[in-house]
Design a protein around this ligand. Structure first.
Ligand SMILES: C[S@@+](CC[C@H](N)C(=O)[O-])C[C@H]1O[C@@H](n2cnc3c(N)ncnc32)[C@H](O)[C@@H]1O
Length: 204
């Protein structure tokens, strides 16, 4: 998607996101955070959106969230304030293609349902790899294109609507697996109904 389309699309999604796509993907989001909660230290959530994941992190992690959409971030800020989520240390407006953090900074970097939305996903993955500490992990939950079947046809038919839908429906997994600093530790189906993919990449 183009950045302007992201801004417009997620300004429209923000008021209804938690009750629609957010609800549909909640089981997977909780499972992703449960995985991250096995570890310690700092977490960067890229494209944190309305902050649906934030209440599920264990309190001794230090979580930073960034998102391009101010409307989505406002919803996340409300959650942090109303639920007193003290483990969320920072929520900032930022383009994931140019992360304003030093190299080798976070123990875990996560992106849930974001990589098929951002412009230039390869550049976002390069930034994610840069800010992740050596030995750290990158946790991704996303929908990737199917190769065959009715749903694969549907994904290809709806692909031109990406700027309206707010995501790229036939997004190839290879686009997030290209950075030489990251190797695949885990790759498995993820809720709902195994439609999503859960990936853990490790930085050498
Ligand atoms: C489908 S939502 C996912 C939100 C959240 N991760 C979740 O699981 O509910 C995609 C998010 O990516 C954000 N996004 C898109 N392009 C971005 C960019 N270039 N930089 C930062 N965030 C971006 C959108 O604003 C939106 O909040």
């Amino acid at each position: 998607m183009e950045l302007n389309a992201v801004r417009n699309s997620y300004a429209r999604w923000a008021p209804i996101y938690d009750q629609t796509f957010g609800r549909l993907t909640n089981a997977g989001r909780r499972r992703s955070v449960a995985y991250i909660n096995q570890y310690t230290g700092t977490v960067l959530e890229v494209g944190v959106g309305t902050g649906l994941s934030l209440p599920h992190y264990k309190p001794d992690l230090a979580v930073t969230g960034i998102d391009f959409s101010e409307e989505m971030l406002d919803k996340a800020r409300d959650k942090v304030r109303l639920r007193k989520l003290d483990h969320v240390t920072e929520l900032r407006q930022m383009d994931a293609r140019t992360l304003d953090f030093p190299d080798d900074h976070f123990d875990t970097v996560t992106a849930m349902h974001v990589l098929s939305v951002v412009p230039e996903p390869e550049r976002v993955m390069s930034e994610i790899a840069r800010v992740c500490k050596p030995g750290g992990q990158v946790v991704i939950a996303n929908h990737f294109a199917r190769e065959r079947g009715f749903l694969a046809i549907l994904e290809r038919l709806t692909a031109p609507l990406e700027n309206v839908l707010g995501w790229h429906s036939d997004f190839a997994i290879e686009r997030v697996l290209q950075d030489p600093r990251l190797s695949v530790d885990l790759n498995r189906p993820h809720p709902p109904f195994g439609m999503m993919t859960f990936l853990v990449l490790r930085k050498a």
